[in-house]
Ligand binder design. Sequence first.
Ligand code: PMV
Length: 343
Amino acid sequence: MTSSEESVARAEACANIALAKYWGKSPRGDNLTAVPSLSLTLDSLRTRTEVRFQSSLRSDEARLDGRALTGRPLERIVALLDRVRAASGETRRALVTTSNDFPTAAGLASSASGFAALALAASHAARTGWDRARLSALARQSSASAARSLYGGFVALAAEAASATPVAPIDHWDLTMLVAVVTAGPKPIGSTGGMVHTAETSPLYGAWVADAPRLYDEVQRAVLARDFPLLAQAMEQSSLTMHATMFAARPPVIYLRGATLDLIERLRQWRDEGLPLAFTMDAGPNVKVLTPSEHADALATRLADVPGVGSVLRCRPGPAARLLALDGPLEEAIPLPESEALP
Ligand code: PMV
């Protein structure tokens, strides 16, 4: 809806989990990544965001799950809105209302779905007419992993690329990702700070940057060929090499917990017994376990019984970010200006 007083848009985006990880920024700046990454967008981890540019507002305001945001979280939202205003000529301040259907800051990639939904809603409300690649670049400037959440299915972000690109559509491979939520206190350090510190102090960082393209190629080959054993090997090595690089920083960056490592040991036993699975960990203690969907029930039952696992979330490949209707039901999709034939 647009009037001289206000202009509104709503969008929804899903989180994504990297199968080939990125960790580290390019020296070229602009939040470009040092290494390529490849992710799977997940259907049941969603963020919905409404952006309302209003002439009556003196400053930008944001609410997440009913709570007013302040400090760094608000500043990051304002920075994205400022980019949209600078490019579109929109001058009004915005009221941003956002909600997650999963626990925020539990290491579940809420910044990816959050900035993807915000980029889409803010750009549409400011009537930029930007295509999906441009929206992906806008989201990337706030959170590099968010660039990938503009697309559905399997998605790549090349090293130093402005935007993500789709690799394979949502129905390419019937996989399920089970997120084993490991109960733990707050994160030791956010991902941006953790990356900078790792790059500056870890003697293994150069080796990680040198090897990440090979791991990325292997993950991509495995995805395209639907080769689960190859995918398991490559994605686990990607995650563990990333964490090993952080372990070697001074002081070390340790996101994994005892319960994380105990769970990994069990997962490897279950695989030896014949259950196909592949695990990956991000900047947090949770373990994300990928499996062909026909094994998801058996795996979910076993995971729920492991001590230290608080809950298990079940996710299938998810769709691209989309606009939502303002006056119909929230689920009603509106096509993007140029929806291309995207997954
Ligand atoms: O771009 P950020 O700050 O959301 O960092 C994401 C980093 C990892 O999740 C650990 C890896 C990745 O490629 O998503």
